[in-house]
Design a protein around this ligand. Structure first.
Ligand code: NI
Length: 170
């Protein structure tokens, strides 16, 4: 398991357009494994390669249904609308309200560079849109309706609840 450093908004690399992957190499496979490790370690639902400083069109997503690796992903269908809270590992402790399609169909390549399609609704659709934006140098803050808000306290609350369940005094 290898963790990579997550770049924080303000880092110029997060504004760059990523290059397509033309072939899978051991180096790229390692990058993908590290991206998954880094995403799980940070309790994120998605991570894009530029967030670990690599300008390649690769994203990893897991909304709790297992890992989804997407190389050179493209959204080919969008339907409906959802408005909800969104955050990003590159802007820790903050969130904002963003409207996204409620359904997307995307095409991508897997770890063996085999093409596949994936359909997502709700959170998965939101995660696919959010992560693919990173590949074009776009942060979700561009789409936020109203102000960003602080959610760093919510994580602490969750930890306190867990402590209470376990009978520990904080
Ligand atoms: Ni993000």
């Amino acid at each position: 398991m290898a963790l990579r450093k997550i770049r924080i908004m303000g880092d110029e690399i997060l504004t760059k357009v990523c290059r397509p992957v033309d072939r899978m190499t051991p180096r790229t496979q390692t990058l993908i494994e590290d991206m998954l490790d880094t995403m799980y370690d940070a309790n994120g639902v998605g991570l894009a390669a530029p967030q670990v400083g690599i300008l390649k069109r690769i994203v990893v997503i897991d909304i709790g249904e297992g890992p989804l690796v997407m190389v050179n992903p493209e959204i080919i269908e969008r339907e409906g609308e959802q408005t909800g809270q969104e955050g990003c590992l590159s802007l820790p402790g903050q969130a904002g309200v963003v409207t996204r399609p409620n359904y997307v169909k995307a095409r991508a390549f897997d770890l063996q560079m085999q093409p596949f399609e994936v359909e997502g609704e709700g959170l998965l659709a939101r995660a696919i849109c959010h992560e693919l934006d990173h590949l074009n140098g776009i942060m979700y803050v561009r789409f936020v309706e109203g102000e960003l808000f602080d959610v760093s306290g919510e994580e602490e609350d969750e930890e306190e609840e867990i402590d209470e369940k376990e009978g520990n005094e904080a």
